[in-house]
Design a binder for this molecule. Sequence first.
Ligand code: SAM
Ligand code: SF4
Length: 500
Amino acid sequence: MLKLKPKEWAKQVVKQDEIDKYLINGKDFIDEETIFDKLDKNQNPDREEIRAILQKSLAIKRLDPDETAALLNVKDEELWEEMYETALEVKKKVYDNRIVFFAPLYCSNLCVNNCVYCGFRKDNSQERRRILTMDEVKEETRHVVGEGHKRMIVVYGEHPLSDVDYMAETIKTVYSVKEKSKYGDGIGNIRRVNVNAAPMSTADLRKLWEAGIGTFQVFQETYNHKLYNELHPSGPKADYRWRLYALHRAMDAGIDDVAIGALFGLYDWRFEVMGLLYHTIDLETQFGIGPHTISFPRLNPAGGSEVSRNSKYLVNDQDFKKLVTVLRLSVPYTGLIITAREKPDIKREVIKVGCTQTDASTRIDIGGYTEASKSQDENKQQFLLGETRRLDEVIRKLAEMDMITSFCTAGYRCGRTGDKIMGLLENCVEGKFCKLNAVLTYREYLDDYASEETRRVGERLIQKEIEEIKNMPFYKEHKLTQKFVDYYERVANGKRDLYL
Ligand code: SAM
Ligand code: SF4
């Protein structure tokens, strides 16, 4: 089929009626004045008020905007220490001590937009443009699978050559790759493909759903209307509301695992946390389901982008830890993603306040896994990474912190998505299944991919986990203990991809 030229194509992307249907009395759900009022009104919260809010988080109830604004206004560092501890407790209650791993696959850096902070923006003439062929997608996937990954997030610029049909083809290609494991006789493959792409129409989102995606992820970048317009001068991304309702359309298309995020460093971090909360509330109100995950990427240096280096709102490490803590406490049921944009030290700090997912062995230049160049090149990638450590090393470091890596992809394959998973998370049941599946997939990893050093540390952790499982009344009551022991033995004997 003849493709439209990029300029013509870009003009027909936004469908106004697919924005208007979600507005309430002609308004969207971000009202700057209300947000500033709430931040102002909840200055100087007292200790008892904050402690009562922490109890609500511990009961796994989503906080209201006034409560979140109060947390954001805490000045007392001792109280912050209590908040960090509670955040971790909340995470453990819902998700136990596990971290889920994924790898991004950047398929194309062609883009019709001009986001001033991004190396892929149309007017960045230094960027070397490239779109992967299906053979290249296969090759990249083989490398990612060879590291031991089971989850991938595919990422694209917005362009007619990387439209939804190209995306669907790349997703099917990723799923088709089967690769013998590094050790033993395991066969590795990607079991869940998530997508980070520009907002699209409901009809296009249905195509993605049919291609078998897990989560659809779109970051609002900034929730401030005026600033958003300045940072996105042209292309479909210039339309704030088209982006704001991208995930509402995904829900309508049947994708009920949706992921929100804001790019921290563009504007005041307290405001953006409030924006993420209002986004969560609107999804809950209109669909009965909040976001599957929330992301909080921080602005990293990008090729030729002044803003990415000098924005006056860049967030320091201390405030970063605070904002992740408030998100953990405000939306206790959601997954929180920390990416390789961050350096190992700060990554470890925020994992301790409740993150649930991260990436490793990450490459974000197009074709980067296959080429495996030693250094990063800002003219080939969207921005520079803070961490490029291999998965094996990151897994070992987490095991030393008593955290188990999970490659579990059971949730969406046995219907635990959308409102079903929300109920299970709020009642702290999903985490119990996750614990079992984490151990099964950890066994696979240790046998198929782990270095000797990692296996040694991992073996200790897995035995501790098995003991805990055997002693937990929940599993006995639900007759899961024996089934788990049986599955574990089968996996240890070479069977793959068993889940509960
Ligand atoms: N092009 C699509 C879009 O903009 O929605 C999808 C992918 S874009 C490659 C993924 C995300 O990277 C963006 O939503 C943005 O939040 C983030 N990003 C862009 N420039 C960045 C930078 N300089 N540092 C960190 N993250 C950045
Ligand atoms: Fe394109 Fe996305 Fe980068 Fe904006 S953030 S220039 S839309 S790739």
